[in-house]
Design a protein around this ligand. Structure first.
Ligand code: 9WO
Length: 267
């Protein structure tokens, strides 16, 4: 359970991109309501030359540019000074990192890593552009590299927003009363069940009868059956991890067996 308001500090050459997070939806409302604090720092503001240079050509040659260590270092130092002022821990550990760098070389994000990062009262997110950042920035500050998947983008901003959205939505009070992060996909180690709303019949396709039955225990059983069955079909790796962490109950085993036999959970 999160006790204090976490603060997130992002280092990015494109601070305006983060309005996607701050101005819209669940994350925007949570930030506006003060459940967390987000500050974006532009490394260009920490340049010392007249041209406000943030990048240079890579040693060893090759295409593209590398982000200079110094402006990033000064930004990180400024962020850590703010953390100290606020009485927050500035030195990360392996289990509780303070600073992350979004890169395809990192540890792949999943809900377990989201929960780990969610323990930090202060978290810095460094967004690279061009070919990346000078490696010495990462080693100097014991940065944890985080990937959101095996693909290359043009910068770390979108991945940083992915991490932040995952963190912010799980803060107490971020989701409406009707919703609960506890009931979310992955909180129980399996994928989500299908959802339906009006009309009851759409282009000849009817809503499953059980969802209109008013039988709440049957509905809960059907949803669990669908969640387990879809996880087994689509993401056997996710189901295997869930079973290894927490074995399926007798009821869950029966529901999965009946899903695979093509039966739909009823009474
Ligand atoms: C660009 C490039 C150009 C020519 C040859 C090799 C190259 N590698 C890269 C590159 O990896 N650029 C990255 C762009 C540098 C760090 C920030 N960028 C980034 C982060 N792209 N994709 C990510 C990312 C981060 C987290 N999860 C998935 C992707």
């Amino acid at each position: 359970m999160q006790q204090i308001m976490p603060r997130y500090d992002v280092i990015s050459l494109f601070p305006e991109m983060f309005s996607a997070l701050t101005q819209h939806g669940v994350s925007g409302r949570a930030l506006q309501n003060g459940l967390a604090q987000l500050q974006v720092w532009d490394p260009r503001a920490f340049t010392l030359d007249a041209y406000r240079t943030v990048d240079d050509r890579p040693f060893g040659g090759g295409p593209g540019m590398v982000m200079l260590a110094e402006p990033l270092d000064l930004a990180i130092t400024a962020i850590k000074a703010e953390w100290r002022r606020a009485g927050l821990e500035v030195d990360g550990t392996a289990s509780s990192p303070r600073l992350i760098y979004l890169s395809p070389q990192g540890r792949v994000l999943n809900q377990t890593l989201v929960e780990e990062l969610g323990q930090a009262a202060a978290l810095g997110l460094l967004c690279g552009r061009y070919e990346g950042v000078d490696e010495r920035v990462l080693t100097r500050h014991q940065v944890l590299e985080v990937s959101i998947g095996d693909f290359v983008l043009s910068g770390g901003e979108l991945p940083a927003m992915v991490v932040l959205d995952a963190l912010i939505r799980r803060l107490p009070g971020a989701l409406g009363n009707a919703q609960s992060a506890e009931e979310d996909s992955f909180a129980t180690g399996v994928l989500d069940c299908p959802h339906y709303t009006r009309p009851e019949v759409y282009l000849g396709q009817a809503v499953p009868e059980v969802l209109r039955s008013g039988n709440h225990s049957a509905i809960a059983r059907w949803r669990l059956q669908q969640a387990l069955g879809r996880t087994a079909q689509r993401r056997p790796d996710v189901l295997a991890r869930r079973v290894a962490t927490q074995p399926l109950s007798g009821e869950e085993q029966d529901l999965l067996a009946s899903f695979e036999a093509g039966k739909v959970a009823g009474n």
